[in-house]
Design a protein around this ligand. Structure first.
Ligand SMILES: [Zn+2]
Length: 371
């Protein structure tokens, strides 16, 4: 039974519908290939999470490898030998780094996973160190890249910013000697961490501009016109997209996160703590039944972001909570904001060191009372 889940995940990645804001780029690239103009040797899909860059890359790779692509311009056929190989994760013409990672949606599961137990933390740190792309990994790719033969061969470097300097330098040589029929795809959520020498030798896919109307339509539809089973307005969807920095998939994840509907409640608690109407212990007990501490911290970060904006004289992004009214009667000082932000950081570290969630919650509520 477990296997079916993995197969489904893989299938989604290669054969999922095209995201609407990627249609123009898809048609541009596929038309180019169909008219016998090869794609640039090395392509970079960069930008923040939630724009759908991985979805685009895996879909494009499936199509490039598909035997039936001439008659399937809209996406890989999902049936030919190549598509079957992708399904089973054994495609001989595809190499993916870092090696340990399945090309699946691990990034989303990583974020939602509440790792309290020691084993889970250990697992998390192991996968973090395994994420590094080392020089030996790049060297191991060389025979594949230089083997010649017919047919397209594709290398993917996911989390390309995780390359060590030595690995990046080894890759540089490969980038300087393009091999016909070999394509390199680099994917990075934090392209600023890539070496400039690498960036200058790869062509960036223009995946970051998303038309607002297209994004609003997509998010509205994906959420079934509701957030937490309540009907939503276009303004609510626009706000969501803005809070997610324009990334539609991130906006959807945010709307579905349990903390999103508790933003007003956070303000109420903050006011009650500050005025002394509620003790931090009582608030902590209450919130422990509402959200995990990780979720409460995400919520607090969002609220902090808007409080800072108002302090700077900007409009708040969240129009659906009573933030401006609350801040009219009281505004935290800059040092208060700093102190609370740093206690959020400290809580993150404490949780990594397996501090109990209850203690961390209690402490955070004490700090919130001083904001
Ligand atoms: Zn196919």
């Amino acid at each position: 039974m477990k296997n079916t889940g993995i197969v489904d995940a893989t299938e989604n990645i290669y054969f999922a519908p095209l995201l609407p804001w990627q249609e123009a780029l898809w048609s541009q690239l596929t038309t180019r290939v169909q008219s016998q103009q090869p794609l640039p040797h090395a392509l970079l899909a960069a930008g923040m999470q939630g724009m759908g860059k991985r979805a685009f890359v895996w879909r494009l790779i499936a199509w490039l490898l598909c035997r039936e692509r001439a008659t399937h311009p809209a996406g890989a056929c999902a049936k030919c030998e190549s598509c079957q190989w992708l399904r089973s994760g054994t495609h001989p013409s595809l190499q993916v780094l870092p090696i340990v990672r399945m090309p699946s949606s691990t990034e989303s599961t990583d974020n939602t996973e509440k790792s309290n137990s020691k084993t889970k933390d250990k697992k998390a740190s192991q996968s973090n160190s395994a994420l590094k792309i080392k020089i030996d990994d790049i060297r191991a790719l060389q025979p594949f890249i230089y083997q010649g033969g017919q047919g397209i061969r594709i290398c993917v470097l996911d989390q390309a910013e995780q390359m060590t300097i030595a690995a990046a330098n080894a890759l540089l040589k490969t980038l300087e000697e393009p091999q016909s029929q070999v394509h390199l795809f680099l994917i990075s959520d934090t392209p600023a961490q890539l070496l400039p020498t690498i960036k200058s030798r790869v062509q960036q896919l223009p995946l970051q501009t998303i038309d607002t109307t297209v994004a609003v339509d997509y998010v509205t539809h994906a959420l079934g016109h509701t957030i937490n089973r309540e009907a939503v307005s276009t303004a609510a969807i626009e706000q969501l997209i803005q809070l997610a920095n324009g990334a539609p998939l991130a906006a959807i994840a945010m709307a579905q996160a349990p903390w999103y509907s508790k933003r007003s409640l956070w303000l109420t608690t903050w006011q009650a703590l500050r005025s002394g109407k509620r003790s931090s212990v009582a608030a902590s007990d209450y919130w422990q039944n509402q959200l995990s501490i990780v979720e409460f911290m995400q919520l607090s970060e969002m609220m902090l972001l808007d409080i800072r904006r108002v302090r700077l004289g900007l409009q708040e992004l969240q129009k659906d909570v009573n933030l401006s009214n609350v801040l009219e009667s009281y505004q935290p000082t800059d040092s208060g904001l700093e102190a609370f932000a740093s206690s959020l950081q400290q809580t993150k570290i404490a949780l990594q060191q397996n501090v109990q969630e209850k203690f961390a919650y209690d402490k955070l509520m004490q700090e919130l009372a001083y904001l």
